[in-house]
Design a protein around this ligand. Structure first.
Ligand SMILES: NC(=O)c1ccc[n+]([C@@H]2O[C@H](COP(=O)([O-])OP(=O)(O)OC[C@H]3O[C@@H](n4cnc5c(N)ncnc54)[C@H](OP(=O)(O)O)[C@@H]3O)[C@@H](O)[C@H]2O)c1
Length: 325
């Protein structure tokens, strides 16, 4: 089968399309013929060698897939060849096939295509758990979402809006701001034109936000911390700038602030929280309250171009590699 292999840490030239052996479904496993591979910012950090505890090269890139079961291993019940599934795999999502434990695959909701489904395993579940399971966002509260027009950001905006929160989102262009406004962002801020901290100050009349979802790091992190109101919570979900910053207890203490980290892996084993997330997904899809914006698709062999476009901030919504077309 064809697979994108990261030969060593580095720029996009280290990604090579290679012919590798087809995997086979072992005991308790299914083999999935991948139709759409999710491209995530974490893939870029892994490739560059900046992802904490990321894979060591050479490794097959990608960890998010949507496709059809084409082989079933011994002892697997409840799945049939041809079932449409989505999920996370450790590595090798940018490939024609992946083999995963049958218990970890999720059925693709009816009426969703493979490309849209590829936005669910990483970005939807992250958005849900950040805002609801960990963030405890309530109606009437104000949330600031950094990189709000991205794959994760566009889902965060919609869920926060649906919960009845006042949503402030940052993005780098007017087009991205228009996009998030259409998804329910009450106050999009083009951070290239306006200082987001001053804008948050104005919007909240100096009170600040109850919750901040921070994915950029560096100066954006420092300034975000200053957008919290007393008792506010900032959740570090990513460090796209690769510039993590220290947090000083002496700043948190007088304002009763909380800074927490979030990583999806830590929530996948929480059966009740995952069940709740899937139930909400079904309800929101049914109501039309949640859309997965797949604004950029690339064939598998153009995975490097997909990485370049995300790094250059040219994308919005979900980026997907289409496989086997
Ligand atoms: N902790 C977890 O479990 C988890 C799970 C999913 C995602 N994440 C994190 O969430 C963030 C978003 O992930 P995603 O996959 O949805 O990506 P994405 O938001 O679709 O793409 C990244 C966006 O971040 C913004 N950005 C800010 N600083 C940047 C920089 N220095 N370089 C490139 N882009 C920058 C850009 O938006 P503008 O053009 O508007 O600036 C860009 O479009 C990432 O930090 C990722 O690591 C974490």
């Amino acid at each position: 089968m064809k697979s994108i292999i990261v030969e060593r840490f580095g720029d996009t030239e280290v990604m090579k399309l290679e012919e590798v052996q087809d995997p086979r479904a072992g005991k308790g496993q299914i083999r999935v013929a991948i139709k759409a591979a999710g491209v995530n910012y974490a893939d870029i950090m892994q490739r560059m060698g900046t992802y904490p505890e990321g894979p060591q090269p050479p490794y097959p890139a990608g960890f998010e897939y949507a496709g059809e079961i084409d082989q079933i291993g011994e002892g697997v019940e409840g799945w049939r060849v041809g079932d449409r599934v989505m999920g996370l795999c450790k590595m090798g999502g940018y490939s024609e096939y992946t083999v995963v434990p049958a218990s970890q695959a999720l059925r693709i909701p009816e009426h969703l295509g493979f490309n849209e489904a590829a936005a669910i395993p990483c970005q939807y579940f992250t958005a849900y758990h950040v805002l609801i399971t960990l963030g405890q966002l309530q109606s009437g509260q104000t949330v600031l979402i950094q990189a709000a027009a991205g794959g994760l950001g566009t889902i965060l905006v919609q869920i926060a809006h649906h919960l009845g929160a006042r949503v402030i989102g940052t993005a780098s262009t007017d087009e991205k701001c228009d996009l998030i406004r259409g998804l329910g962002c009450d106050h999009p801020i083009n951070y290239k034109e306006k200082k987001f901290r001053d804008e948050v100050e104005k919007i909240t009349e100096g009170k600040g936000c109850e919750l901040i979802v921070e994915t950029v790091g560096g100066r954006v992190f420092d300034l975000s911390l200053r957008c919290l109101r007393p008792l506010g919570r900032l959740i570090v979900v990513g460090v796209a700038s690769n510039d993590p910053r220290p947090v000083y207890g002496s700043y948190l203490l007088p304002h009763n602030l909380t800074v927490s980290g979030f990583h999806l892996n830590g929530y996948l084993g929480n059966a009740q929280a995952m069940k709740d997330a899937i139930q909400c997904l079904d309800v929101w899809l049914e109501k039309g309250a949640l859309k997965f914006l797949v604004n950029h698709t690339f064939p598998l062999e153009e995975a490097a171009e997909a990485h370049r476009q995300i790094s250059d901030r040219k994308t919005s919504g979900k980026v997907v590699l289409t496989v086997g077309e």
